[in-house]
Write a protein that binds this ligand. Structure first.
Ligand SMILES: NC(=O)c1ccc[n+]([C@@H]2O[C@H](COP(=O)([O-])OP(=O)(O)OC[C@H]3O[C@@H](n4cnc5c(N)ncnc54)[C@H](OP(=O)(O)O)[C@@H]3O)[C@@H](O)[C@H]2O)c1
Length: 283
């Protein structure tokens, strides 16, 4: 392990998007409890105290007095790419001036889905689910590459790219029975299913599907992969903490090239915006 790697493990910055979500809150708690040496940049869509989930995040932080000067909550609406670029610029400037230590991990946890309404377009003109869950994270990660430490890690919830000394991992966190994904923008029967089937019968369902579990269990794996020793230095795709194969379609070179090229275009990332100069040549 290099000295810079060791230094970062003793106190880098962790960025967690969707920090007030089901996995996000549990992940924030595990970080605050088990990794007090880090600085935490928690991002949420709505940082106002009137947002009940943000309120929970702030209450959680206040339970850890050591985090008072080390944990901050930032409003970043991932459905607005200008907000994402602005945030990334503010963080990279803070790292450059030494206000934040170099980034140990970017955890791309936020996601959006709506099972009731038709597809919704963002101000950038993209489908909201694709932009929040994917395109905005592409912009965020590429913008912050130069602020990542040696041995830093990017945790995605899909796909499988590779970057210099930084490792990129994708995790399938499992089926998360108690997630509010089942109660937000879902039909009534899905909400009832969570209350009367998924949560109370979780131990039984787990017999048939061992990946079915709580957000707290999923969050611990996400954080151990992001900042702990789990699979340190490895790349690739994981189901929970087990090395796995991602969908074969994601391994097709032609498809990877198309997705990469389109991602750069959608994320509005130019050559000068990222440290990944080698990947920016036209195809
Ligand atoms: N739940 C599952 O069974 C499951 C299965 C496989 C993978 N996953 C993945 O696991 C991760 C965590 O899922 P979860 O169950 O914790 O989901 P969740 O409870 O629905 O949390 C999603 C988070 O994303 C945030 N978000 C949504 N739109 C946003 C926007 N425009 N800008 C910024 N943030 C936004 C939400 O904030 P607001 O609510 O304030 O908008 C919330 O904090 C996701 O990446 C998901 O795809 C989940």
């Amino acid at each position: 392990m290099s000295s810079q790697d060791q230094e970062t493990r003793q106190g880098g910055t962790i960025i967690l998007t969707g920090a007030n979500g089901s996995v996000g809150l549990a992940a924030a708690e595990h970080l605050l409890k088990s990794y007090p040496q880090y600085h935490f940049v928690f991002t949420v869509r709505d940082a106002a105290d009137t947002d009940p989930n943000t309120r929970k995040l702030r209450d959680l932080i206040s339970n850890y007095p050591h985090a008072k000067s080390k944990a901050s909550v930032h409003q970043v609406d991932l459905a607005d790419l200008s907000a994402v670029h602005e945030f990334a610029l503010a963080i990279s400037s803070s790292v450059a001036t030494g206000r934040y230590p170099r980034i140990r991990s970017i955890i791309c946890n936020a996601a959006y889905r709506d099972l009731i309404h038709d597809s919704e377009l963002t101000v950038d003109g993209y489908d909201k689910t694709i932009q929040v869950s994917f395109v905005a994270h592409v912009a965020l990660v590429l913008r912050l590459l130069d602020s990542l430490a040696e041995g830093g890690r990017v945790v995605l919830f899909s796909s499988n790219p590779r970057l210099r000394s930084i490792t990129v991992v994708a995790i399938n966190p499992g089926g998360i029975g108690d997630s509010r994904v089942f109660t937000t923008r879902t039909p009534r029967f899905v909400q009832l299913m969570q209350t009367f089937v998924l949560v109370p019968l979780m131990p039984l369902i787990r017999l048939a599907d061992p990946t079915f579990r709580t957000s707290a269990e999923a969050a611990i794996d996400v954080i151990e992969l992001a900042v702990g020793d789990a699979h340190s230095g490895e790349r690739g795709y994981f189901t929970m903490l087990l090395k796995d194969d991602s969908d074969p379609v994601t391994m097709e070179k032609e498809i990877q090239d198309i997705v990469w090229r389109m991602s750069l275009e959608w994320a509005k990332v130019m050559k000068d915006d990222t440290g990944l100069q080698g990947g920016m040549e036209p195809f």
